[in-house]
Design a protein around this ligand. Structure first.
Ligand SMILES: Cc1cc2nc3c(=O)[nH]c(=O)nc-3n(C[C@H](O)[C@H](O)[C@H](O)COP(=O)(O)O)c2cc1C
Length: 370
């Protein structure tokens, strides 16, 4: 049904317009009490066996909405209504910014993928903090806040920029993510190098602790799939050294070669980050590598190319406590997260693991057993 609608309506529209249209419908539906209760009952059923704990936070399940979809925290209830068990808002930058000129979002329908060079279009940390502060949640959910660098701020002043966002947003975040991996802000990904990442994460941690004195806001870093394996290891080691709470693997990729892309070559050539199905293999590989390196010491969040419950289950077995998705939502529609949850619950039941926590990283433990 959704696929037909997608082919007849969304596919013929500019992808960014289709996004905002769908987004408006979701927000409107979430404002009508009877409607949102019915939709949530249908699409966000709670499976007891999927209850999850990650960095000290209890969640209804492991599957959430990846950053970038709700950049300004305007649709947290709407996305929860659709069944996402945590919502990562952002990326939010310290200063408001319009992002890159349009057209900046492209569909690769044949590849079930997207290319985007949005460039962190968002209302800025002050506006988003005010919105989160005023929020009167309808559904209980976990809200992660993903922060990034303002484009006009030079790389040398990045730390201050992230600290400014942290000071405004930490009090409203169930967890905070330092995004150093989007390909659409010049120089951003250089911050993944440990000599830059160490002072950045240390300063954000200190700012979060200064701002929120009643508890400790979990801090995570989100990395790119394009890091060389040694750099993935270096980030993992740094995360352990700094006592970080989690790593999100991965953001979009700038790679195009070797991914078997079948869409129009003119679109494939568009600059930006590629997400969706072609990212699956590398994201899984990075996640597994991280888990092998850090074991259960740090919570891992698997994202990149997840389309089915089986994909999500494979991430859990490879070491992810939480999983997220974005691109497949565009292609699969509103029943997507329901299908993931149902399939995950069935897989857990059919597995030898009594709880989801037991399944996390089980594949890697098997591989190291004599
Ligand atoms: C249009 C678009 C915008 C995105 N914006 C952000 C962003 O602002 N911050 C971020 O950390 N990731 C962003 N992402 C990356 C996603 O959060 C996710 O890491 C990536 O798309 C891989 O997951 P997927 O294959 O399920 O889409 C964006 C992705 C897309 C498609």
């Amino acid at each position: 049904m959704y696929k037909l609608f997608f082919n007849l309506v969304f596919k013929r529209m500019d992808p960014e317009r289709a996004h905002y249209l769908a987004f408006r419908w979701i927000r409107l539906a979430a404002r009508v009490p009877v409607l949102r209760t019915c939709v949530a009952a249908l699409l966000a059923p709670r499976h007891k066996e999927l209850r999850t704990e990650a960095f000290g936070l209890r969640m209804h399940g492991p599957f959430g909405l990846a950053a970038g979809f709700d950049k300004n925290a305007v649709a947290v209830d709407g996305m929860t209504m659709l069944g996402f068990d945590h919502i990562e808002i952002g990326t939010v930058t310290a200063q408001p910014q319009p992002g890159n000129p349009k057209k900046r979002l492209f569909r690769l329908v044949q590849d079930r993928a997207l290319i985007n060079r949005m460039g962190f279009n968002n209302e800025g940390s002050a506006a988003v903090a005010a919105r989160l502060e005023a929020r009167n949640p309808v559904f209980r959910t976990t809200v992660g806040v993903n922060i990034g660098k303002t484009k006009v701020v030079p790389e040398e002043e990045a730390v201050g920029d992230y600290v400014a966002s942290t000071e405004r947003l930490a009090a409203h975040a169930d967890y905070l993510v330092v995004n150093v991996s989007s390909p659409n802000t010049p120089g951003l990904r250089n911050l993944q190098a440990t000599e830059s990442l160490r002072p950045l994460l240390t300063a954000v941690r200190e700012a979060a602790d200064r701002t929120v004195t009643s508890g400790r806001v979990p801090l995570l870093v989100k990395i790119a799939p394009d890091l060389a394996d040694e750099d993935v290891d270096a980030v993992a080691d740094l995360a352990v050294e700094l006592g970080l709470d989690g790593i999100i693997a991965t953001n979009t990729t700038i790679a195009r070669e070797g991914l078997g892309l079948m869409s129009d070559p003119a679109i494939i050539k568009e600059t930006g980050g590629l997400s969706g199905a072609p990212l699956k293999e590398r994201s899984l590989e990075v996640l597994r590598r991280l888990h092998v390196r850090v074991g259960d010491g740090i919570t891992l969040v698997g994202v990149g190319g997840i389309e089915t419950a089986e994909d999500a289950w494979q991430r859990i077995l490879a070491g992810a406590t939480l999983v997220q998705g974005y691109s497949a939502f565009i292609y699969e529609g509103p029943f997507w997260s329901r299908a993931i949850h149902k399939g995950l619950a069935a897989r857990l039941q059919a597995s030898p693991y009594a709880t989801l926590a037991e399944a996390v990283g089980a594949d890697n433990r098997k591989a190291t057993q004599p």
